[in-house]
Design a protein around this ligand. Sequence first.
Ligand code: FES
Length: 206
Amino acid sequence: MVEPSPDTRPSQTDLQTSQERYLAYRQAHHEERLATRRRILRWAIRVGTGAFSLALLLPALALRSLTREVQEVTAGDLLVYATGDKAGLPVDVAAIDPAMAVQAFPEGKSGNERNLIEIVRLAADLPTGLVAYSAICTHLGCTVLPRLSEQGYIVCPCHASVFDPAADARVVSGPANRPLPALPIEVSSDGVLRAAGGFEGPVGPA
Ligand code: FES
């Protein structure tokens, strides 16, 4: 057996250095593992917090959208233009000439399309010369035109149902078989138009 020569054997100093390096490596490895665990834990907390927030948020959003959908026109609602340059502004009664129609929403309730209202000026007299109906056709629920026909009728463009605004929106010709429900309205002394109640019948196809 060949003995290593004395000058090739590791010295005590070499052994100590080697051991220190090994301990340093283990320490570094241990710290790296701890850091990885902390990262995973932080990620899991974030994911958990996000899921928890979402679980709280979703029912609130659903409730909010449900609340919006069921907002119906009621007495006292200010009527505002539904479309055009004046959309959102109060309906100006003086700007509606006889034989003219405009469409409106109750202010703040345009999210519910079934609140769309057809306002018709039948005559100059106020408030009797002014009537309002649902603008949702009772056949299949299309929106009626925002103007009157030459004969002074309300017309649905989908399947040509015709309603007479001067006769409680009765059906002049089908396929609709039910009048447009009326909306009671009131005009204040300064010409502001408000709903005086809800629709007097089911809106759209019944
Ligand atoms: Fe109006 Fe059919 S939806 S006529």
